[in-house]
Design a protein around this ligand. Structure first.
Ligand code: FES
Length: 126
């Protein structure tokens, strides 16, 4: 028997059959940890906006044309997240204090392999 609970589907004794949600933690520039669940297929930026994460502005709404959704991917997650596309790299030139682990959060798709992802919010955008 399938039982839907909090965006997840379970079978029998609650063994997870399929997860539609992925845990993402945002660490603000003040060190506050905001734990969220993002819907798979959405983006890390959209999850931040849905959860009112301070410091993620996302002026362009995810079109990769503003760089105000800049985050630092936690070192433990860099490989799983991967690097930016050429278009994203060009846009990162407009972000504040860019580092090797900088990404635009609107370009990171939420997916099951990123369950537990940690990203850090810069002190300011743009
Ligand atoms: Fe504008 Fe990500 S929301 S570049």
């Amino acid at each position: 028997m399938l039982v839907a609970r909090r965006g997840r589907a379970y079978i029998g004794d609650e063994q997870r059959l399929e997860s539609a949600m992925t845990k993402i933690t945002y660490v603000t520039s003040q060190g506050e940890r905001i734990e969220t669940e993002g819907e798979n297929g959405s983006t890390v930026m959209e999850t931040a906006i849905m959860n009112a994460v301070p410091g993620i502005v996302a002026e362009c709404g995810g079109a990769c044309t503003c760089a105000t959704c800049h985050v630092y991917v936690d070192e433990d997650w860099r490989e799983a997240v991967g690097g930016p596309s050429m278009m994203e790299e060009d846009m990162l030139d407009f972000a504040f204090d860019v580092k090797d682990n900088s990404r635009l959060s609107c370009q990171i798709k939420v997916r099951a392999e990123l369950d537990g992802l940690v990203v850090h919010v810069p002190t300011r955008q743009g």
